[in-house]
Design a protein around this ligand. Structure first.
Ligand SMILES: [Zn+2]
Ligand SMILES: [Zn+2]
Length: 273
C-alpha cells in the first residue's frame, strides 16, 4: 500500500449529495460512509493507494441514501463486510447477510488495527450512529447527521486528534431560504441536522480536552457556506479560549482534506533533519 504508517484520514465527499471518508492505520483501511457513486469511490480509493478488495470494512452511520448509496454493491462486489446498526443493515436489504456486521452503541469492535466505538446520535432514521476510532497512533471521531449533541456524545469528542463534526446550517440562511416550511422544520428539529452554533458549542463543551483538529462536515449547499461555518464556530471557540484549535471545512464532492497522525509525522521528520 502506498500510504505512510500511522493513522491517515481522508475526506472524499461530505454533504447531502453523498458522504465518504477513509480511516487507515497500519494496513487496516475502513471506508466510512459509501454515499457517492461506486465508480467515483473506486477511483478515489485507488488514487490514495487502496484497492477496494483491500478494504477491511465499510462503516455506515445510518441508512439515508447520501451515506449508503453504493454500500451494498461495493460490499458484494469486493466481499467487504458492512459494519452498521441492525436498523441500518435491515434497511439495506443485504442479499448476503454474511457480509453484515451488526454494531451496538458503546461497545468496542476491533477491526484489524483500529478499535471502532459506535455511539448513538439523534437523527430521523433507525438506530443512527457516530463513530469513534482508536488505534495505537491516533484517535478520531466522525459525527454527522444529528439534530443536537447529547452529553454522552460530547464525551466521545474529548481527547481526540481529529473530530469530523457536522456543521449543517446557518439558522438565518435556513429560515430566509427557499426550503419549504416542513423541510426547514425537519432540518432544524431535534432529529435533523446540526447548526454551526451547535457544532461550536459541542466542541467548546469538551472544556480543557478539546480535539487537536476539527473538520466541519456535511455543510448544506443551500443553507450554509464555509465562511459562515468557520466564522460562527471560530467565534464560539475563541470565547471559550479555544481559538488555537485548527478548524477546516470539508468539500461536497471532492477530496480536500487529509490528516496524518503525529506519530507518522514524527517518523517522517528524520528525512528532513
Ligand atoms: Zn446526510
Ligand atoms: Zn441523514
Amino acid at each position: 500500500m502506498g500510504v505512510p504508517s500511522g493513522v491517515n484520514i481522508w475526506s472524499f465527499a461530505s454533504g447531502s449529495d453523498g458522504n465518504c471518508y477513509v480511516v487507515e492505520s497500519e494496513g487496516t483501511s475502513l471506508l466510512v460512509e459509501c454515499g457517492r457513486p461506486y465508480a467515483q469511490i473506486k477511483d478515489f480509493l485507488e488514487s490514495i493507494g487502496i484497492a477496494p478488495d483491500e478494504l477491511s470494512g465499510i462503516l455506515l452511520t445510518h441508512a439515508h441514501g447520501d451515506h449508503c448509496r453504493s454500500a451494498r454493491y461495493l460490499s458484494e462486489t469486493h466481499r467487504v463486510p458492512i459494519y452498521a446498526s441492525c436498523g441500518t443493515l435491515g434497511a439495506l436489504n443485504l442479499a448476503e447477510v454474511s457480509l453484515g456486521r451488526p454494531l451496538q452503541s458503546h461497545q468496542t469492535y476491533p477491526v484489524g488495527q483500529i478499535d471502532v466505538k459506535p455511539f448513538a446520535v439523534p437523527h430521523d432514521c433507525r438506530e443512527p450512529l457516530g463513530f469513534r476510532f482508536e488505534s495505537g497512533t491516533g484517535r478520531a471521531a466522525v459525527a454527522t447527521d444529528l439534530g443536537w449533541v447529547p452529553h454522552n456524545v460530547v464525551r466521545q469528542f474529548r481527547d481526540l486528534d481529529l473530530l469530523v463534526l457536522e456543521a449543517n446550517y446557518d439558522p438565518h440562511l435556513l429560515h430566509t431560504g427557499t426550503y419549504p416550511y416542513f423541510l426547514k422544520q425537519r432540518v432544524s428539529g431535534t432529529y435533523g441536522h446540526l447548526s454551526n452554533a451547535a457544532a461550536g458549542e459541542a466542541i467548546a463543551a469538551c472544556g480543557d480536552r478539546p480535539p487537536n483538529v476539527v473538520w466541519l462536515a456535511h455543510l448544506s449547499e443551500h443553507n450554509n457556506s464555509p465562511k459562515h461555518a468557520l466564522q460562527t464556530v471560530g467565534r464560539i471557540l475563541r470565547r471559550q479560549g479555544l481559538g488555537h484549535v485548527p478548524v477546516k471545512t470539508t468539500h461536497h464532492r471532492r477530496s480536500n482534506l487529509r490528516w496524518t497522525s503525529a506519530v507518522a509525522r514524527e517518523r517522517q521528520l528524520p528525512l528532513f533533519a
